[in-house]
Design a protein around this ligand. Structure first.
Ligand code: 13P
Ligand code: SF4
Length: 323
């Protein structure tokens, strides 16, 4: 990535970035590539980052599970997390000796905001001896108060790995209800929602099928269960991307955040993408300019309170141990 020329880079993304926009991005991209070399830094970018970040400056891309797995392998002094705060916190948990930067501290997540450690204490009181499985989209403190983490890419596996008849799965109600359809384990859910995926409706899916005959519909498991039921397939952002790569549908619609289709389309110019998407305002706080600022000014450093880091890391590592 660091030795690539600007014209080669633009060739990759010309399908989704018009030339005038690219001209505005070029200077920041060149500066970021140089700063990464100078500072021995790597950029981890989530699948919802815009294409100029995802294809222009990122070293490692993926869903939240892949970003956590790759964070363990990173050989660099500085990690810049182009994504939301819980992802940067996870990278820090797994790399306590490295500097982890997030370009905008305000890049949060409605799911992470929906539950506190006090809520978990009350849930444990109401359901003694029921293990708590916590979605990665939570604070380090909530992870520390949990038994194990999961992502949308491994939730069923994590639930079944515990060998118990009943689990608490927090905080995403829809993910929990979608997972419950795929396992015999009883799942007690919380009432958190993703503000992006909760907006999709079954009517949207039906209207789209009528307007675009033959379209294959993929839904993220943070969508309401009645939306997932109308879709052809459901999976994490990485699972959706792999579906397009391997099954090569002629026409596809990804019911998820908007940049996802752009990023996947770059790799599959032969697939027709229908794009009724919703923007994540948190993911969209990250841009080339603040990534460049992060590297130039060594900001904003993400730290985790040592009092919770050990237990939070244990919940994440327990999940990563499940292959
Ligand atoms: P993935 O793990 O599927 O990438 O999801 C993360 C996320 O925040 C989706 O809204
Ligand atoms: Fe959180 Fe939803 Fe944005 Fe993902 S898309 S970061 S779950 S608010």
């Amino acid at each position: 990535m660091n030795d690539i020329t600007m014209p080669t880079l633009y060739d990759r993304v010309r399908q989704v970035i018009p030339p005038p926009d690219w001209m505005l991005f070029e200077e920041d991209i060149e500066a970021i590539l140089a700063l990464k070399r100078e500072q021995n830094a790597v950029i981890l970018a989530h699948n919802y980052q815009t294409p100029e970040i995802f294809h222009g400056v990122a070293d490692i891309t993926g869903d939240s599970l892949a970003l956590a797995r790759e964070a363990v392998e990173v050989d660099a002094d500085v990690i810049v997390l182009a994504g939301v705060h819980f992802m940067a916190e996870t990278a820090k948990l797994l790399n306590p000796d490295k500097t982890v930067l997030i370009p905008d501290m305000g890049a949060g997540c409605s799911l992470a905001e929906s539950i506190t450690t006090q809520d978990i204490a009350l849930l444990r009181e109401a359901h003694p001896d029921v293990p708590v499985i916590t979605y990665m989209n939570t604070s380090a403190a909530v992870k520390a108060a949990s038994d194990i983490c999961c992502t949308s890419g491994n939730a069923v596996k994590v639930v079944e790995s515990l060998g118990v008849p009943k689990v608490l799965m927090i905080p995403d109600e829809f993910l929990a209800r979608n997972v419950a359809k795929e396992t015999d384990v009883e799942i007690i859910a919380w009432h958190g929602h993703c503000e992006v995926h909760e907006l999709f409706t079954p009517e949207d899916v039906r209207a789209m099928r009528e307007a675009y005959p033959g379209v294959t519909v993929l839904a993220h498991p943070e969508c309401p269960p009645d939306v997932v039921a109308e879709a052809d397939f459901s999976g994490s952002t990485a699972v959706m991307s792999n579906f397009v790569a391997h099954r090569k549908p002629a026409r596809v619609c990804l019911l998820t955040e908007c940049s996802m289709s752009d990023n996947v389309a770059v790799r599959h110019p032969d697939v027709d993408f229908v794009r009724p998407c919703n923007l994540c305002p948190h993911m969209k706080k990250i841009c080339l300019r603040n990534i460049r600022d992060a590297l130039e000014h060594n900001r904003h450093e993400v730290t985790v309170d040592p009092a919770i880091a050990h237990d939070a890391r244990r919940s994440v590592e327990r999940m990563l141990d499940i292959k």
